[in-house]
Design a protein around this ligand. Structure first.
Ligand code: GH3
Ligand code: MG
Ligand code: MG
Ligand code: MG
Length: 311
């Protein structure tokens, strides 16, 4: 069980690797049946400013994953009672991709095929025990850097840069994931937004979009709120249509009553909304059909005087 600590022997080459930035955001799950090994790993990880959670076998590991959906990395031993690490890795991969949760496999076995077995089951990397502490740190940092890069790419591809809301691409990618039940869509557009830009400049307009986005998110933290383009937004909500419409109208009123401060000036805005309901699954071009109805209703809201919801 003694883990080889030869950090001193390499310290003349490179200083002990430490990853100080951004680590607090990573939560690591350590799965090993040996308490001694677990504590050694936890100690190594906590020195890297990581938050650590533990489990003593694969089944417990799965339970911890359910309890902590924000785990970004798993370090798992293979040789454990109840569920071994390779089976555990395979099962985690049925739900989470390599980019969602990184897995580092460990084993004290003398079986040289262990590396391939772990990688085939879906692990990102593997180390034989006992391991060199600095090699462990190097692999850990490599995995976390990859994770940070893929998280960043995901955000860049799916989030709107100005407001932080989901973008159109993400909105469409989520529709197929809704398997059943009522699903509602609202299209909304800021009224006379050109005037805001004309009067307060483009920066004033941008400030309005950012603050408005916060308000939309506050009102619909249980729904997908996306910026579709310019000053056009879309909300997708699962639940009763009447509840959706009540909440939309409450939000519309809140927007009307909420002053937006820009450079010491107060900007007031209103929004027009068109809402529609459908039933999942939204296969084929059903999403497009619903969006087109919501868009027509938004158009009518504009025609009938703006600052209103049509459903
Ligand atoms: P309506 O009530 O009919 O919607 O009137 P409107 O003035 O809002 O008309 P429209 O929707 O056509 O105008 C959208 C304007 O939004 C035009 C464009 O210059 C501006 N816009 C689009 N994207 C951005 C952005 O990212 N920032 C800012 N500041 N303005 C934007
Ligand atoms: Mg073991
Ligand atoms: Mg507009
Ligand atoms: Mg518009």
């Amino acid at each position: 069980y003694l883990l080889k600590n030869s950090a001193e022997s390499v310290s003349y080459l490179i200083p002990l690797l430490q990853r100080l930035q951004a680590n607090h955001q990573h939560k690591v799950l350590v799965v090993d049946d040996s308490k001694v090994v677990r504590h050694h790993l936890i100690n190594l990880l906590e020195r890297q400013n990581l938050t650590v959670i533990q489990a003593s076998n694969g089944n417990e590991g799965l339970l911890q994953l359910e309890r902590h959906p924000d785990i970004s990395m798993i370090i798992t031993d293979n040789d454990m009672p109840e569920k071994d690490g390779i089976t555990f890795t395979y099962e985690v991969r049925q739900t989470y991709s390599r980019n969602q949760i990184a897995i580092l496999g460990l084993s004290a076995s003398s079986d040289r095929s262990m590396t391939a077995q772990f990688l085939k089951a879906g692990a990102n990397d593997f180390l034989y025990k006992p391991f060199n502490q600095e090699e462990f740190n190097c692999r850990l940092h490599h995995i976390l850097n990859m994770k940070d890069t893929s998280d960043k790419l995901y955000r860049m591809a799916n989030q709107d840069a100005l407001t932080g809301l989901w973008n159109r691409r993400y909105f469409f990618s989520q529709q197929e994931k809704i398997i059943s039940g009522p699903t509602n869509i609202a299209m909304m557009d800021v009224d006379f937004f050109k005037k805001v830009n004309d009067r307060y400049g483009h920066d004033g307009g941008d400030t309005v979009l950012v603050q408005l986005s916060h308000l939309l998110q506050q009102h619909f933290d249980d729904a997908i709120v996306a910026r579709f383009g310019g000053e056009e937004f879309c909300i997708q909500y699962q639940g009763e249509f009447t509840v959706f419409c009540q909440r939309l109208d409450r939000m519309r009123l809140a927007i009307e009553q909420q002053p937006i401060v820009f450079n010491g000036q107060t900007i007031w805005i209103t929004m027009s909304i068109g809402a529609v309901t459908g039933t999942a699954p939204l296969t084929g071009n059903k999403v497009d059909a619903l969006l087109s109805i919501a868009d027509q209703r938004l158009y009518h809201a504009k025609q009938q005087g703006r600052n209103r919801l049509i459903h």
